[in-house]
Design a protein around this ligand. Structure first.
Ligand code: ASP
Length: 423
C-alpha cells in the first residue's frame, strides 16, 4: 500500500511543479491566479499543520520506546556511538566539500558588494551571538521544563527528556512494565495517525510545490547565480555521490534501493523545507521501505532530524566564504577551520524548520569577523536553496539508520519489546 502511495507522491510532486510553472507564466493578473493560490495555501497548510500536530507525540514516544527497547538488548552504547560517529563523519565531509567547492569556483569574486548595500542597510540581525554565547544558549534551551518544551515545540529539549525517560524506564526493570507497555501502545497509536496523515501527503506536496514555484522569484537567482549553482551542485554531489558511496561501503545497501525506499521522505523534505515536519514520513520510510528495525529507526531518525544536518553545514561553510569574497576579505587557513567548526556547531543547533540555517549562519559569519548583516544578501534565495539542503539533511538521517543497523544489528527476536513493531 505504501509503495502505491510512494508513486502517488512522485506524481503529485511533478504535477505541483507543472501547475506552479503555469501559474507563474500566467502572472498574478490572471483571473484564476489568486483563487488557485489561496486554495493551494489552504491545502498546503492543512498538510503541514497535521505533520506539526503529530510531531511532538511522535518524537517523544518513538525515542522513549526506542531507548527502552535498545537498553533491553544492552546495545544502546553501540547504537549511540555508531550514530554519533556517522553524524560526525558525514557532517565533516559536508563542510569540507562546501569549503573546497567555494574555493574552486570562487563565487562572489567580481560581484560588487555595493549592489547589496540597500538590502544590508535594511537588515538587523535578530540575534547576534558568539560561539561561547551560542553554547550557553544551546544549554539553556535544552534544560527546560518538559511540558513547556512540548507546548513550545522545543524539539531538542523534548529529545533530551525522552532519552532520559527511556533510560529511566529500563533502569526500573519490571517495576515499570505497565508504563513500558503503555508507551509502546501510545507509539503504535501515533503511527496509526501518521498513516492517516500520509494519505494526504500527495495533496499536501502537490499544493506546497505548486505554491513554491508560483510565488518564489526565480529571477533573483540571477544576481547570485554562481553562488546558488555552487551550493546546490555541491549539496547534490554530497547527496548523490558521497552519502550513497558511504551507504554502499558501510551499509551494504545499493543506492538505488535506498533512493526508491527513501523517495517519499525526500520529496516531502523538498516540499516542506523542514526536517521536523518530514519526520513522520522519514520514520515510515526507514522502517517500512528500508527495513530498519523500529527500535533503531525510532532512536536514530528523530535525533538525526534535529542534530544531523549535512546540507545545512555545507551551505553555511560555503556561504561564509562567499560573503568573505564579497567583502574582499581573505580568510586564513585558521579562519577557515573556525568556519568549518562553527558551521558544524550551527547545523547541530539549527532546528529542523524552514530557513533555520539562516539564523544560525550569523554565528558562523561572526566567528571570523564577517558582517552579520550580509545574511540579508542570501535571504531572497534562501527559500529556494533550503529545499535541496533539507533533502540532504533528511537523506543523511535515513542513511545513518541503515548503517547503524548494519553495524549494531537488529535486536534478536523474542527479546523484550522486539515484537512491538509499527502497524
Ligand atoms: N530547513 C532545514 C531543515 O529543516 C534547516 C535549514 O534551514 O538549514 O533541515
Amino acid at each position: 500500500m505504501f509503495s502505491s502511495l510512494n508513486s502517488r507522491i512522485l506524481i503529485a510532486a511533478i504535477a505541483g511543479i507543472l501547475l506552479g510553472l503555469a501559474l507563474s507564466a500566467g502572472g498574478p493578473s490572471a483571473l484564476w491566479h489568486a483563487p488557485v493560490l489561496y486554495a493551494l495555501s489552504l491545502a498546503g497548510s492543512v498538510f503541514i499543520g497535521l505533520l506539526k500536530l503529530i510531531l511532538v507525540p511522535l518524537i517523544f514516544c518513538s525515542i522513549v520506546v526506542g531507548v527502552a527497547q535498545l537498553q533491553a538488548h544492552h546495545s544502546i552504547h553501540r547504537v549511540w556511538k555508531v550514530t554519533a560517529l556517522c553524524c560526525l563523519t558525514t557532517t565533516t565531509l559536508a563542510v569540507t566539500l562546501g569549503i573546497l567547492c567555494a574555493h574552486w569556483f570562487d563565487p562572489g569574486k567580481g560581484l560588487n558588494i555595493q549592489l547589496f548595500h540597500g538590502a544590508m542597510a535594511g537588515y538587523t540581525p535578530a540575534h547576534s551571538f558568539s560561539g561561547t554565547e551560542f553554547i550557553q544558549q544551546f544549554i539553556n534551551g535544552l534544560l527546560v521544563n518538559p511540558f513547556k518544551a512540548m507546548a513550545e515545540n522545543n524539539i531538542l529539549a523534548i529529545v533530551l527528556f525522552a532519552l532520559l525517560v527511556g533510560a529511566g524506564l529500563v533502569s526500573g526493570k519490571k517495576r515499570f512494565n505497565q508504563l513500558h507497555t503503555f508507551m509502546e501502545q501510545a507509539f503504535q497509536l501515533v503511527m496509526v495517525l501518521v498513516g492517516w496523515i500520509m494519505q494526504l501527503a500527495p495533496m499536501g506536496i502537490f499544493a506546497l510545490l505548486a505554491k513554491l514555484v508560483a510565488t518564489e522569484n526565480l529571477d533573483i537567482l540571477g544576481s547570485l547565480a554562481t553562488f546558488a549553482v555552487v551550493v546546490t551542485g555541491s549539496t547534490l554531489f554530497h547527496g548523490l555521490i558521497v552519502l550513497p558511496a558511504l551507504l554502499w561501503i558501510f551499509g551494504k545497501m545499493s543506492p538505488l534501493t535506498f533512493f526508491r525506499g527513501a523517495r517519499p521522505a525526500l520529496i516531502t523534505a523538498f516540499a516542506t523545507s523542514s526536517s521536523s515536519a518530514t519526520l513522520p514520513v522519514s520514520l515510515r520510510c526507514t522502517e517500512d521501505n528500508l527495513g530498519v528495525h523500529p527500535s533503531i529507526a525510532g532512536f536514530v531518525v528523530p535525533i538525526g532530524s534535529q542534530m544531523n544536518m549535512d546540507g545545512t553545514a555545507l551551505y553555511e561553510a560555503a556561504a561564509a566564504l562567499f560573503i568573505a569574497n564579497l567583502v574582499g576579505m581573505d580568510l586564513t587557513i585558521g579562519q577557515q577551520v573556525i568556519v568549518c567548526l562553527t558551521a558544524m556547531l550551527a547545523s547541530l543547533g539549527a532546528p529542523g524548520i524552514p530557513s533555520a540555517g539562516m539564523v544560525t549562519m550569523i554565528m558562523v559569519l561572526q566567528s571570523v569577523g564577517l558582517p552579520a548583516e550580509a545574511v540579508a544578501i542570501l535571504l531572497p534565495i534562501d527559500r529556494l536553496l533550503d529545499t535541496v539542503r533539507t533533502v540532504v539533511n533528511v537523506q543523511g538521517d535515513l542513511m545513518i539508520s541503515v548503517v547503524v543497523e548494519r553495524f549494531v544489528g537488529a535486536p534478536e527476536k523474542g527479546a523484550e519489546g522486539a515484537e512491538s513493531t509499527i502497524v
